[in-house]
Design a protein around this ligand. Structure first.
Ligand SMILES: [Zn+2]
Length: 88
């Protein structure tokens, strides 16, 4: 089953804003609902969440721009990985 749908793409676009608490509650609910049915996006959220938590534990309230950039790269990587999954 291919999970890389348009919805996944949209969700991944919004994830960093979602984790920053910048999205309105209607959008958050939409994302959470999608996450319940999509392992792929859930893994991405989990990874982002851990990274952000790690930085907050170091005393920074917001994610620095370079981390934000790295997270974006992780998201792109996830998409590539899903797209280029070899048939075993
Ligand atoms: Zn998804």
């Amino acid at each position: 089953m291919d999970h890389l749908s348009e919805t996944c793409r949209e969700i991944k676009d919004k994830l960093s804003a979602y984790l920053d608490g910048e999205l309105e509650s209607a959008l958050c609910a939409e994302i959470e609902q999608h996450l319940r049915g999509c392992d792929d996006c859930r893994v991405v959220v989990d990874t982002l969440n851990k990274t952000i938590t790690l930085y907050r534990n170091y005393g920074q309230a917001t994610v620095p721009p370079d981390v934000h950039e790295r997270l974006t790269r992780v998201l792109n990587l996830q998409q590539l990985k899903t797209k280029g999954k070899p048939a075993e």
